[in-house]
Design a protein around this ligand. Sequence first.
Ligand SMILES: Nc1ncnc2c1ncn2[C@@H]1O[C@H](COP(=O)(O)OP(=O)(O)OP(=O)(O)O)[C@@H](O)[C@H]1O
Ligand SMILES: [Mg+2]
Length: 486
Amino acid sequence: MKVATRITVATAVVVAIAAAAYALVDLRGRAAERRMAVEREARAISTSLKVAFEAQPGFKSPSAAELRDLGHASGGWRVQVFPKERAAGPPSADLTAEQLKRLLALLEAPHLTFTDVEADRYYYDVLLLTKVDNEPTVLGMLELSRSADIIETTSEDRQRAITLVVLIVVVTTIVVGALASRFVSRPITKLLRGIDDVAKGDLSHVILSERDDEIGTIATRFNEMTFSLRESRSETQRQNEATLALEQRLGHTEKLATIGQLAAEIAHEVGTPLNVIAGRARSIQKKSKDPEAVEKNAEIVAEQTARITRIIQRLLDFTRRKVGTPERGAIKLNDLVATTMELLASQFAAAKVKTKFDRGETIPSVAGDSDRMQQVLINLMLNAVQAMHEGGTLAVETRLVRRTRPGLEASAEGDFVSIAIIDSGTGIPAGIKDKIFDPFYTTKQGQGGTGLGLAVCSGIVKEHDGWIDVEDAPTGGSVFRVFVPA
Ligand SMILES: Nc1ncnc2c1ncn2[C@@H]1O[C@H](COP(=O)(O)OP(=O)(O)OP(=O)(O)O)[C@@H](O)[C@H]1O
Ligand SMILES: [Mg+2]
């Protein structure tokens, strides 16, 4: 039930009770007034009749006809006179038990009058007295009576009272209802609309508070609340931006740290052959007369220099690509795989490696740098070829998969394109699986391996928001699977 309706109903009930109580008191008052008027009339009539009877020399009871006449003359009253002697005898036809009781009571206290309603009639009784030898002597009892109807509440009175009560209640209900709707319901509805807007996230809602009562106060508080919510929301936004900036700075610092580590590793990798070169150079100096020793040392110097050159070449490949901003285009991975396999066809043939390409259907384009993705494919395919010493099969598969990211199994699934490069080579010993992506980790020291191939691949794929999985191929050999978001 609405507040306004409650107020209206409560007011109507209270007003109805009050009006009914008032009407009841009013009805009683009217009845009392009427009774007093009747009593006054009875007293006036009885006084004149008393005087007439008491002045009569030799009192005698009037006849029934005389009494009827008196009654007519006094306007609807019934007049009766009972001589004092009747009090001695038993009640008879013209003196009822009640009348006898009244006569006896008045004889006891002659100065009183008797007035009452009995059996729907109003009675007024007085004693008739005379003076005998200067002594007051009772002659008899004069009784006036009439129907009690005129002093009783009539149904018309009741009807009028009920109509009045109903009218008051109806008018009160209408007026209070209108006022409650205007001053309670409407402002509350406005407030509710504001609260709904805030619940939906619109903090710009302002409620006009043109009143100075509690509802006006609520509107003011509401506006203050939305204001402070707005403030705290923009404060949170500011904090988020600050956190983001901090994260970016941290990311930058992390990158610098990685570069520092890389630099140390490069220094180590290049330092070792340089030491060898320096040693051999000194040896040549000492044994310059021994052509055999000079030739051997020179050979080693050439070998080590070639190694340094290879490392530097790889690093250049790595950095040149890294430094330039990556191009963001739509890469058709199926086409890229096919071109790369063509590009490496002579290497595959030389190593007696057969190739298979299982082109996945409905592979969507992925966003990224096509040259860099080709670098990934080349590195992985060359690793595969290098793992198959006596030839074998290199299979490539492209697929569209729906899955979660590794380590984020609880998060929502996404669409990814996967490229699997499957070889039938030596496979990767379990002990080194977690090292092969480290820069400069290689098992091909003697064959000119730098250990940078997979590090470069992993970097490029991460740039494309993807990752690389390694597992053992069921037919022996390894599977390198590249995932990038579709
Ligand atoms: N398909 C594969 N099968 C077996 N082992 C592999 C395969 N791919 C990589 N590896 C192992 O991972 C190591 C690191 O590979 P990565 O490509 O980073 O360097 P690399 O191949 O040794 O050197 P580079 O790439 O400079 O020739 C390799 O030395 C090899 O031991
Ligand atoms: Mg390699």
